[in-house]
Ligand binder design. Structure first.
Ligand SMILES: Cc1cc2nc3c(=O)[nH]c(=O)nc-3n(C[C@H](O)[C@H](O)[C@H](O)COP(=O)(O)O)c2cc1C
Length: 199
């Protein structure tokens, strides 16, 4: 592949430098920075320019701690919520073991959380594109970030949606945590592109 000078390609640099960060300082993320991240998110492409997304931002440390506890508790509550009841038992056990691991925090102790909701189930793929824009923008602004699929069941609960004024028809696409990274992280390896055909 032809090399492209790094200085000319900030977008490619952000793509390669973005990491899922699982350790944060308590430094708050400024309001303006969150606004920039949301703006980056809504510049994602969407089918028919439908822009089927909505956002919940949480920065209150007390609320974040409570949400973390609620997200973890859902994995053990009986009866299980439908999203978790539908899992293969071995997969559910693996997730429970992870959640119970000493020192594990589903939200990684991050000082900011942005939950990306699709305004209907059909909008979820567009929301993933918005999420990647947001993650890359965070990298470009010097912040660490991490998608948190483990918290998705919590944010799809009617009670949680009601707490944040999320309409019942919205579907949680992806919660994302953000903040100043407390430690560097090693890039997990990538396999080369699996090109099945190129005619
Ligand atoms: C849909 C989705 C859900 C994820 N959920 C979690 C999660 O709950 N907790 C977590 O620590 N990382 C989560 N991740 C991050 C992945 O583990 C991470 O992207 C992968 O290991 C590659 O590492 P990298 O992001 O640093 O390149 C998720 C990623 C995606 C795309």
């Amino acid at each position: 592949m032809k090399a492209v000078p790094a200085l000319l390609t900030p977008a490619l640099a952000a793509i390669h430098e973005r990491r899922s960060v699982r350790s944060y300082t308590s430094d708050p993320v400024e309001h303006d920075v969150i606004e920039h991240l949301l703006d980056a998110a809504v510049w994602a492409p969407s089918a028919m320019n439908g822009q089927p997304w909505a956002f919940v931002v949480v920065q209150d440390p007390v609320v974040l701690m409570r949400l973390e506890t609620e997200a973890a508790t859902l994995y053990f509550d009986e009866p299980l919520v439908p999203e978790l009841a539908a899992l293969d038992p071995a997969e559910l056990q693996q997730l429970r073991d992870l959640v119970l691991a000493p020192g594990f925090n589903i939200l990684h102790g991050a000082p900011a959380l942005i939950v990306i909701y699709a305004t209907s189930a059909a909008g979820v793929p567009d929301c993933y594109l918005a999420a990647e824009n947001l993650l890359l923008a965070a990298t470009a602004l010097g912040l660490g970030s991490c998608p948190i699929g483990l918290a998705r069941p919590l944010f799809d609960q009617p009670e949680t949606k009601a707490e944040f004024g999320v309409p019942p028809g919205c579907v949680c696409a992806l919660p994302v945590v953000l903040g100043v990274a407390a430690a560097g992280s090693t890039p997990p390896p990538r396999t080369a592109p699996n090109v099945l055909a190129w005619s």
